[in-house]
Every structure is written in structure tokens, then in C-alpha cells.
Design a protein around this ligand. Sequence first.
Ligand code: ARG
Length: 502
Amino acid sequence: MTVSRRDAIKLAALGGAVAAGCGGGSNPLSATTMSSDPTTPAGTANSLWGGRFGAGPSAIMQEINASIGVDKRLWRQDIQGSRAHVAMLGKQGIVSAEDVAAIDKGLQQIAAEYEAGKLVENLALEDIHLHVETRLKEIIGPAAGRLHTARSRNDQVAVDFRLWVKAACAEADLALKGLITALLARAEEHADTIMPGFTHLQVAQPVTLGHHLMAYVEMLNRDRSRFADAMKRMDECPLGAAALAGTSFPIDRQMTAKALGFAGGPTRNSLDSVSDRDFALEYLSATHMTGLHLSRLAEEMIIWASQPFGFITLPDAWSTGSSIMPQKRNPDAAELVRAKAGQFLAAFTRLSVVMKGLPLAYSKDMQDDKVTVFAAHDDLGLCLASMMGMVQTITFNKAKMRAAANSGFSTATDLADWLVRAGGVPFREAHEITGKCVKAAEAKGTDLNGLTDAELSAIDKRITKAVRDVLSVEASVASRTSFGGTAPANVRAAITAARKAL
Ligand code: ARG
């Protein structure tokens, strides 16, 4: 019999009750149901290692052990790896040309079947590797058994998964490029748009919206380099490590590494080859860092979309309504990106904890790597695509942003800097004088420009009418021309440079 994992908890509870002698009159594990007791062997021994076994696994054992529901995603890589392996076995004279041809043809047929959605999941066959091999035997007969010469599932899964994660890094890079391109377009459109820059979420100094968006371009470019860096390191082929010790067959690992596109050639230590999951962890680490950046952008969108800010409006396509409050327009996608960022860290932590105590070489614990990485990969794709969609379609409310930029005495630093430049005042003294101006403006209920010339010079006689030139938010941002500063001209130069690098 098979048993669903959802029933396992009930079965365990019933078994416990029986063992404790309190099963009661209606014991579901009575004589009639005992015959299908899922804790007893489910059937015959697995044909792939039946020589050693007298009985098959219990249904619960099958349920906890099988990974086909997850690792079927590796079918392309598995067939690709097997084809490279058997071609090498042929070239080395380990398997006859005739058998190689039959195996390769069979593998291509399986690929076509799986492409057409004809993979039949069978828990008794555990994982994708045994599914492919068993199907091959159905198609070509006993010659299929030669495919597993000089190979183990341990190096097989390592090579499949590396191929998959390498491709995932490339996909992440493409998606990051898409989001960066969207940010660059909006940054260019808003190179001159003025918004408040914050520290402590208090209005600090005016900045340009283009500059703010370009900050995320910097972060995401670093994320791209992290994926690229991880990809470079994982670009070595573990196939041929066999179970853990290498093999006595005269295999050519350079050949399979090359055929599978591993630029770094074969891995150098068989024990490490089958027990290393650094590559998956590095992928998750880069994913986590990307998620962290996306989460900060998402958080800003959420704040900016809230009514007290009103800096942005999300289009209908990226908002949800409320079932009770008709006026609502909620930024759910941004909130979910923020939530999923936590899942990336959880994924990294989860696999780290699986790996940290494992002795060399392979342990079944490692099978859990794939469910973790696949989920993170899917979520990363959703997050990057959602952020790109939102960035492309958000409406920036320029008037609200400018008004906010003008609040909170945001050009006070410009006044202090002006005193240093025009009046030769030491900066600390200029800071103090400007503080008095802010206090006076606050008492008067105005901004710094709302103080009269007389009021300003009464605070310090070195303040003249010429100071008006620096008190506007436009003048403030235009003056920030230091390298990496917020001036519109700098933003345009940064966009040009970023486009070139892309
Ligand atoms: N399904 C296994 C995994 O994903 C494949 C390797 C199994 N190896 C073994 N010795 N049982 O890790």
C-alpha cells in the first residue's frame, strides 16, 4: 500500500495508542486493517538493490525516503549527465558502442516522454535517478544496467544539482538585469525630480529621485556579481567521483566535465565531490542578499504609497482591494516581497544547519537541499518579476515629493556650508548659527527662506541676501556635484555608466 504523508501523523498516533494498550473497542489497526499496516513492508524489495534485501520498505519509509516529488525537476540535467557519462564509457571501451547507442537512444526517448509530461511518479523508485534508469530498462532491456558503471547516485545527484544551480544563477542574473533596466529608465525620467533624502526616516537633505533609484542599481549590480562569483566557483564537475572513493574503471573525467560545460574541469577530491553543497549554499546566500535589497525597496514602496507620504501610486495591476473598505488600495505584492526576503534567509539557514554536522561523505540529509533551493529559486523569480513590474508602472507624485523635500528645514546644511564658503566661518560655528536660524524659523512657523534678511542678519551679521541662492531645494541638489552625489548631472552620468556596464 501507499500512504499519504498527511496520514502519517494519524497512523503514528494510532500505533502509539495500540502500543500503550488503550486502543479501545474500535481499534482501526484491528486484524482486518492490519494486513495493510503501513509500518510493515509495502511490497517486494527494490529491484535495484534486491540482491541484498528480502523485503521492501514500509509505506511510511517510502514516504519519508522518496524525493521524486521534488527532484523530478532535475530530469533534464539527469538525462544530460547520463548521456555524457555513457558517451565517455563508450569512448573508454568500458561499454560497447552498440550498448552506448541503445542507452543514448533510450535516454533521448525518455527525455521526449518527460517533455510531454509522461513521467509517472512511483515512490518505490525514490528519486529521478531511479525513475530514469528504470524506464530505460523498460525501453532497452538489460543493457540499461551498464549505464550505472563507474557511477553512483551520489555523484549523479551532485552533478545534476550543480548543473541546475548553475542555470539558476544565470536566470537570476537575467532577472536582475531586467529589474536594473527598469530602474535605469525610471531614474533617467526622474533625474531632476526632487524628493526628501532621509536619515532615521527624518527629512535630512533634498535628493533627486533618480539618485535614490540608482542606489538600488548599485545594490543589484553587487548581487549580480555575487551570483557570477558563485557560478564561477561551482563550475567544476563531480561526475566520476562515484559513491565516494572514485572508481577502478579507466574513466575520463575531463571528457564528461567538458561535455557538461564545466569550465573548471573535474572536481579534485572524490569525497568532497559527493559531500559538498557549498554551491547550493552560495546560491542561497546570493539569493538572500538580493532578497534583502528587494525587501528594502519593497518597504520604501509601502511607506511611499501610504497616504501620509503619498509619494507614489501603484497601478491597479499591482494593488489589491479590501473586502470591507471600498477605498483601499493595498501594496500586497511589495509586502509579499518583504516577507519572502525572510524565507531566503530561512532557506540559507535551513541548508546550513542540514550540512553543518554531516560527516564525510554523503548522507541522506543532503537530499533536503533541493526542496530548499527550488523554493528559494521560485520565490526569487516572483520577487524580481514583481519588483520589475512595480518599478515600471508606479506613478511618482512629484508635487508631494517636492513639498516633503522642502519640509523639515532640509536645506539647513546648505546654509551652514554657505557660511563656511562665503563668510569663512569654521563649520562647527556655522552649524551653531544655522541651528539658531532653524529655531527662529520654527518659532515663526516658516521655513528658512521665510525668514527676512533682517531676521537672518540679526542672528549673524555674516548672513547676507546672497544666502537665498542656496536655500531652495533645487539649488541644494544641483550643488551636490561631488563624485557619487545627488546632482542631476551626476545621476545622468551614473545612468550612462550603468547602461554601459550592463
Ligand atoms: N535522492 C538522493 C538525493 O537527492 C540521491 C542520492 C542518493 N544516494 C544514496 N546513497 N542514497 O540526495
